[in-house]
Design a protein around this ligand. Structure first.
Ligand code: PNS
Length: 160
């Protein structure tokens, strides 16, 4: 059985994230979505809330073989603990690659784990968690950008 991890901040999970997870699940026997802290991002939702929203989205999408966990420390330690052979990340474009390449190389340096990049689907090329939060902050609609439950969670966190 080959296990892969789809890591990310998921603050919050978007339909773009979910598409990458769904496609990863067609390539690996076992996929674990790892919800982790990115020190470069301030973070709105707490990790458990983010993981719960991803769990609901995965369940609603019928992705039975996908599990969701909070990554408490280094991603490579989490990969080792669960026996993951690869990290899978989606790339919307060059800016994503520039951000992801150093992390992929560092993770391989630390543990040998390889990262596989999937091209983001063009339908979601404009969808980013940061934009979603900004739209909600200003009272705009995000229902067609994120899974069910996410707009309400964001409104609650932002006091909207
Ligand atoms: O969705 P993001 O913000 O691009 O995901 C980045 C994330 C959370 C996967 C990355 O910051 C991470 O792996 N954090 C866990 C701690 C860690 O392993 N840091 C070293 C990365 S080389």
């Amino acid at each position: 059985m080959t296990t892969a991890v789809c890591p990310g901040s998921f603050d919050p999970v978007t339909l773009g994230h979910l598409d990458v997870v769904r496609r990863a699940a067609t390539l690996f026997d076992d996929v674990v979505v790892g919800v982790a802290k990115n020190p470069g991002k301030s973070g709105l939702l707490d990790l458990d809330t983010r993981a719960e929203l991803v769990r609901a989205a995965v369940r609603d999408a019928g992705l039975d073989r996908v599990r969701v966990a909070v990554v408490p420390g280094l991603l490579v330690d989490f990969c080792r603990e669960i026996g993951a052979v690869a990290v899978v990340k989606g790339l919307r474009g060059g800016a994503d690659f520039d951000a992801e390449q150093p992390m992929a190389l560092m993770n391989r340096h630390l543990s040998g784990v390889e990262t596989i990049f999937l091209p983001g689907d063009q339908r979601y090329a404009h969808v980013a968690s940061s934009l979603v939060k900004d739209i909600v902050r200003h009272g705009g609609p995000v229902d067609d950008l994120v899974p069910a439950g996410v707009p309400e969670a964001l409104r609650a966190a932002l006091g909207r």
